[in-house]
Design a protein around this ligand. Sequence first.
Ligand SMILES: *Cc1c(COP(=O)(O)O)cnc(C)c1O
Length: 399
Amino acid sequence: MTDSNDNVPERDLQTRIVQPEDRITPGFESFSVPVARASTVVFPDLATMRSLVWSDDSRWRYGLHGTPTTIALAQRLAAIEGGEHALLQPSGLAAISNVYFGIVKAGDHVLVPDNAYSPNREHADWLAADFGLEVTYYDPMIGAGIADSIRPNTKLIWLEAPGSVTMEIQDVPAIVAVARAKGIVTAIDNTYSAGLAFKPFEHGVDISVQALTKYQSGGSDILMGATITRDIELHRKLKRARMRLGIGVSADDASLVLRSLPSMKLRYEAHDRAASALAQWLKTRPEVAAVLHPALEDCPGHAIYERDFEGGAGGLFSIVFDGRYSAAQVDAFVEALELFSIGWSWGGAHSLAMPYNVRSMRTASQWPHEGVLVRFYIGLEAETDLRADLEAALVKALG
Ligand SMILES: *Cc1c(COP(=O)(O)O)cnc(C)c1O
């Protein structure tokens, strides 16, 4: 239908605007994945259209279900993490939601770690209150003790290692062993490691969730999520739920993440170098009671980190101030920082700082620290400047 035919009289300008006779020189090649925007995917004939099944990943069907741009990103993400199949969602939280709607139903029981990403808790509480899910929060350090929390209707166990505010490293293999023995699906929010520093599938986890909003985007300007699996049946369940929820991502956003992906590992390592150095320096400061960085001993699960992680910890860590400092003093410290901005999310070039009242965020485990927690995200500024900024703010607010 796009062939030009010299015998056909010239069509109206309006038709030619809608269906131009493009004469694009063939043979062009570049490193970028083309931006393939689509709602409508065009079929050559009705028989082809009728033969398509939504679950068939090898054929194009509708823009919401994927275009060459989004599928290229999904495949690269699966490869980074050692998975086989990946789906994209419009945010990390939408990926989390996709797991709930794909894996559990009313009457099922779900276990969520007490240190889970807060909107995951919010989502679980909502499903428990309004949609008949049973939800139990568990101590993230419970390890094989998770067995005591399992019920006959437990269908999903969430993991998050480390928790992105309090940084406990869970014993993933111990929890997965219990889950596997009972046929329970495990899903990890693996955003912290970007799929680089922790390889969930090597430890038997079924589903990995990534907030691509963070390191994969790297620009603090894109929202996107992914679910990655090795198991085609789980992938199909997630894909069916994603189709029913009507969630997908734009090719333009996907192309921006594709653009950042080649530098992600090098960025992660640079964030890690500076964050480790600053964490160690903060450990020497008298104002600081504990430094919760996975590579330091203060961090619960440090030995598990040494055992299960490789390739660093990225840019995220927290400190707990000495209990003698009030919440208002710690607020003053955060506001005295000049190079650290106040804002949610992380994974971009800019450093961030945020105070948290952890006790108000937990229901299943005791938080041992008195003092206020501040979470830092170490960006790509020079480490010497960040250290000077931290020191000046400590002196100004607490000195
Ligand atoms: C940011 C984040 C998410 C959610 O990502 P959004 O794209 O902001 O919805 C999920 N889990 C963790 C650990 C995160 O840091």
